[in-house]
Design a binder for this molecule. Structure first.
Ligand code: HEC
Length: 116
């Protein structure tokens, strides 16, 4: 079936959203994420052991650099938070009790603002 362009965009977006809930916040016409002190600190404490400088010591193909994340369908803070909640093989799972949503979001914004 051939959909008109906006329809195709929405369809693609919904497919990604189903996986990552990445469509809950349109990132158009929104200011880019900002790296906060707290986000940086939490990243250092929770993530940097495996992701030093936005790299990945366990799976070098899964770094946190913007272009790499985008290739893997992660373009928003929500997409990164989703990965913390439901990680892939080799990554620690961070649930709400470990890193509450507000902090998870600060970490995600720090990542998007810092690693390009
Ligand atoms: C024990 C090591 C480890 C820790 C700690 C860890 N990660 Fe990961 N991370 C991984 C591995 C291994 C992968 C590849 C598997 C996957 O895609 O989930 C990964 C993948 C990711 C990805 C997807 C990267 C891509 O290019 O697709 C994101 C986003 C991510 N981690 C964020 C985080 C955040 C945020 C934290 C801290 C809250 C964190 N990780 C802590 C090991 C870790």
């Amino acid at each position: 079936m051939r959909l008109p362009l906006p329809g195709r965009h929405i369809a693609a977006c919904l497919a990604v959203a189903a996986l990552l809930s990445g469509c809950t916040e349109p990132n158009k016409s929104k200011s880019p994420p900002v790296a906060s002190e707290r986000g940086a600190q939490l990243f250092k404490e929770r993530c940097a052991a495996c992701h030093p400088d936005g790299g990945n010591v366990i799976n070098p193909k899964k770094t946190l650099h913007g272009g790499v994340l985008a290739d893997h369908g992660i373009t928003t803070p929500a997409g990164i938070v989703a990965r913390m909640r439901t990680p892939g093989p080799g990554m620690t799972r961070f649930d709400q009790g470990t890193i509450p949503d507000a902090d998870a979001r600060l970490i995600a914004e720090y990542i998007l603002a810092t690693f390009r």
